[in-house]
Ligand binder design. Sequence first.
Ligand code: FRU
Length: 605
Amino acid sequence: MNINKTICAAALGLLLSSTTATAKDGLDITFLGTNNCMVKVTEHKNIILLPIEEAAPEAVVNVLANGNIKQRLHVKLAVSRIDYYVPLDIAQYEGQKVLLDIQTESNRSLSRDIQDEACWESMKLSDSFDTTNREHFRPLFHHTPLYGWMNDPNGMFWKNGIWHLYYQYNPYGSMWQNMHWGHSTSRDLIHWEQQPVAISPNGLGTVFSGSAVVDHANTAGFGKDAIIALYTSAGASQTQSLASSHDGQTFDIYGGNPIIAYHRESRDPNMFWNEKTRKWNLLLASALDHEMLIFSSDDLKSWTLESSFGRGYGAQDGVWECPDLMQLPVRGTKKKKWVLICNINPGGPFGGSATQYFVGDFDGKTFVCDTGKDVSKWMDYGKDHYAAVSWSNAPENRHTVIAWMSNWQYANEVPTKQFRSANTLPRELELFTAPDGELYLSVKPSPETELMRGEAEIHTTTAIKPEGISYSLPEANGGICEIVLDMNLRKANTIDITLSNDKGEKVVMTYDRKSDTFAMNRNQSGITDFNNAFRAVTVAPTHHKTTRRTLRLFIDRCSIEAFDGEGHFAMTNLVFPTSPYNKISITAESGNAKINSAVIYPIHI
Ligand code: FRU
């Protein structure tokens, strides 16, 4: 690389002294002052490897091809050390002159010597990018991006046997920025294949959350069975844009965007076909007003605002985001009710982000909630379940949801670098009537999760002795496993279920008979000190009439998902044990509780 210092005699008359950094082929770097730098690509390769330091301030990287701006990225270019590299794909500009016009913060370096910063020495051209896993805490049976940052799941639909999952994605660092729609596909909701980025930022802004549908009847005019995506363009304002596709891989951005420009901050359009009214409906989060706007349409392009729901309802502390609305069966009856999903941040029951919902009726125009304004119901009682939305066009009338398995309180700081954040396991929703007469969401792991089970280790009926009972957990693959417990509290006040390792790290889960609750304490679960909000005890109501408790636990390197056997609660919490939990112990207090069965499945993936 020829580091070619063009000296711009600044108004202050300060001149830079001339030095030459390590030369690398194919990149010509010119320093133009205290905060501007141009990188000219002089040799064709597929990728520029950008060196990242997460503690560095963001630089604005304008990518130009033949003088036209193609991309504008915010990148934490390394100042003093390199945490990792991210690839900037320039293969698409082959045959054109590629230039990076980079603006660092004006106060980025107290001196004028930005050329001394680590990124210039180490920026390099390459033909490939190594995505081999480097992370100890990368889950094995949960979806993660190969590299980079992920938040909300977006635009999921099922078509021709394939589950499509899009997600809020930053390909240029493992912290939130530069929102694109990343894309992965699966045939079984468990094994995911990462696909090329599906939708990238354009002149209207970066690409925030949204939804997609399969337009069977060609109502939008993009063809029968076209895939229509609606997402938020986040520019100076948040407006709603449409894109269409035939394969889910590449999308054409609609020329008439934005299709909705509402005067208040509004985002995350979620649409579905309403069979009863034979129209499309769409929910849009009016984030700061704590309400969901309800629209209808015949053609997915022109939308009529019908009503809004939410002012004063449920948890109101944070912004309302990522809505969904679906009609669900009430278990054991022929009844169906509508459920409006509202992700809220902060304001969750244990701090930060969480998913609340409202049960009621919907006539295609207005949602009427069954309960009073002061009632809050939660889809998951852990700290790490956010932006949950459902797949559209799912087979067999399934209502399958997936969430982002993190919390905005600390998501950018969790102890991984190559990637940040996983999704939860996919889950199936319906409603059940609890002993208090209220309708609640039943949340169960999707049936596909059972296909991962290896050979079961079965422990049969036993009384829980005063000193407790322990079983060892599988060693393979960092201890990933599923544990199915069937227990009876009988006269005991509590049952404690503890996952632990040889380092004294542990997660304690407690069934309390009197309060009818299940709790999970991750205060000593392993690495917890990266953010003060991480330590937590989360608590769920169990809604049980009898003393029998059945529980499914999924452990996958950095997460524990607990599901009541009958779907009465789900609880998702991240954990970062420095070695895998290799023991489960069960103790009971003040009474003779028993284990009906304890089954431990290693997981094959
Ligand atoms: C929710 C959210 C959405 C927004 C997206 C941006 O986590 O804030 O409201 O569309 O993330 O990445």
